[in-house]
Write a protein that binds this ligand. Structure first.
Ligand code: SF4
Ligand code: SF4
Length: 230
């Protein structure tokens, strides 16, 4: 899932304090699961923001809340369209894609981000999410026994550890497991350590963000005659 966390209330307040009517828009998908921008969080935040506005003498600002199922898909934004036109600004609690989807859909309404989008990751334990994938566009997990060195090694080393690992932890942060220790331990369990004896080729970063903004086009899913340029 996409993992995000909420901006601090004074930061959100300062983005929207000069408007008279603001709509907070939550998202029912990833940010609900990671407890940052779903219906419950947006409800709590709405109350906190109203109190915060009062403290700076802006209690007249109308702050309403709503949550749609998915902000990153235009069809789900439809149900918001009529309502949104009644507001001077929107503060989105979707990920960065959701914020931009709202901005594209409502060119006449300022849209602000209520969250800081962090990474693609998993729930590790209650209240703890960890990054697992940097969306490089050319997945190599098959070469690394299912542990991504691009994301989880601090130096994205592809041909073995850097030499700084101590007791299984990364040299840049003793709380982070060394990805190469994880790769090695798993390869031992799987009996595949000998597959790591040859030097692998450098990563092709052109499929990642370094190659410019990306787009996926599935021609078999496009409406006939409406296939966009890739
Ligand atoms: S190799 Fe690329 S796509 Fe696969 S997990 Fe790592 S960053 Fe993500
Ligand atoms: S200690 Fe391990 S995870 Fe950290 S940079 Fe070196 S090889 Fe990568």
């Amino acid at each position: 899932m996409i993992v995000a966390n909420r901006k601090k209330i004074p930061e959100i307040r300062d983005m929207i304090k000069d408007y008279d009517k603001v709509l907070l828009v939550g998202c029912g998908t990833c940010v609900t699961v990671c407890l940052s921008g779903g219906e419950r969080e947006v409800g709590i935040l709405g109350s906190a923001l109203r109190m915060s506005m009062k403290l700076i003498g802006r209690e007249h600002i109308v702050i309403d809340e709503c949550t749609i199922e998915r902000q990153c898909e235009d069809a789900f934004i439809d149900i918001l369209a009529l309502r949104a036109s009644n507001y001077d600004a929107i503060c989105s609690f979707g990920c960065g894609a959701g914020v931009q989807a709202l901005a594209e859909r409502f060119p006449q309404i300022p849209v602000y981000p209520g969250l800081n989008t962090q990474f693609i990751g998993i729930l590790e334990s209650q209240g703890v999410w960890a990054e697992k994938c940097a969306a490089c566009g050319k997945c190599r997990l098959g070469e690394y026994v299912g542990v991504c060195p691009i994301t989880r090694c601090a130096k994205s080393m592809l041909n073995g550890p850097c030499g700084g690992s101590r007791e299984g932890k990364c040299e840049v942060n003793k709380d982070i497991p060394c990805a190469w220790q994880l790769i090695y331990d798993r390869a031992v369990k799987l009996g595949t350590v000998d597959t790591f004896t040859s030097i692998v080729s450098p990563h092709d970063w052109s499929t990642g963000l370094s190659g410019g903004v990306r787009k996926v086009v599935r021609e078999d899913q496009c409406i006939a005659g409406m296939v966009p340029d890739a």
